[in-house]
Design a binder for this molecule. Structure first.
Ligand SMILES: Cc1cn([C@H]2C[C@H](O)[C@@H](COP(=O)(O)OP(=O)(O)OP(=O)(O)O)O2)c(=O)[nH]c1=O
Length: 196
């Protein structure tokens, strides 16, 4: 029998990527603080936050329907890393403009942490994609921010939007990881768990 997969995310991109992968799933979301210890290694941060999201949903489901066959819970978190700095979602128009000004002409990393909870098991991993932007003019940055309002995107941009189409010089690694889910690795992990 196929196990039920719960996507613990309100991100429309993650939903779309799982649909493209033909993975049957339902969505359950629980707000989490998304905090991490300052001393934590950068690459561990998105896994740590994804784990918080997954555990919060598991707790909610258990309080609603205790001990009914435990579903598979999938959560993810995406951060943009420039040098040693983690860049999350922009807090304002100016913050988005400043972030894109910093990213322009530079290479940065996009790291998505993934946590899959299945019965007593946890599978966790992260995937890194290197992205290099062309130089972007102040007018291009302002146009993008005002038209696309990237306030729900880590690093103030979406690779799948205009700025990704015209502004990215190179990418090394999984494109879908930048969009929010390293979906081919997720599918393989679900197969290893005999969920798919
Ligand atoms: C860099 C980049 C990020 N993003 C998105 C992916 C994520 O949805 C978002 C990063 O925020 P996240 O906190 O990872 O996810 P979320 O708040 O959207 O959803 P949830 O916490 O419920 O899982 O930025 C893109 O869509 N394209 C991009 O190029």
């Amino acid at each position: 029998m196929q196990q039920q997969v719960i996507l613990a995310s309100q991100s429309p991109r993650r939903k779309q990527l799982l649909e493209w992968a033909e993975v049957p799933f339902t969505i359950v979301v629980k707000e989490t603080a998304e905090t991490y210890p300052e001393s934590m290694a950068i690459a561990e941060v998105p896994v740590h936050i994804a784990r918080q999201k997954a555990l919060a949903v598991r707790e909610q489901l258990q309080s609603e329907k205790p001990a009914v066959d435990s579903p598979v819970i999938l959560a993810a978190d995406t951060v943009v890393v420039l040098g040693k700095r983690i860049i999350g979602k922009p807090k304002s128009r100016q913050d988005a403009i400043d972030t894109l000004t910093d990213l322009a002409g530079q290479r940065h990393d996009v790291i998505t942490g993934v946590v899959i909870l299945h019965q007593e098991k946890e599978i966790s991993f992260y995937d890194v994609t290197h992205v290099e932007f062309h130089y972007l003019s102040a007018d291009e940055i302002a146009f993008y921010v005002d038209k696309y309002k990237p306030y729900d995107k880590a690093g103030a941009y979406a690779i799948q939007e205009w700025i990704g189409v015209v502004g990215i010089k190179s990418i090394e690694g999984d494109f879908y990881n930048v969009m929010g889910l390293p979906v081919s690795r997720v599918v393989r992990a679900l197969k290893d768990l005999s969920v798919l």
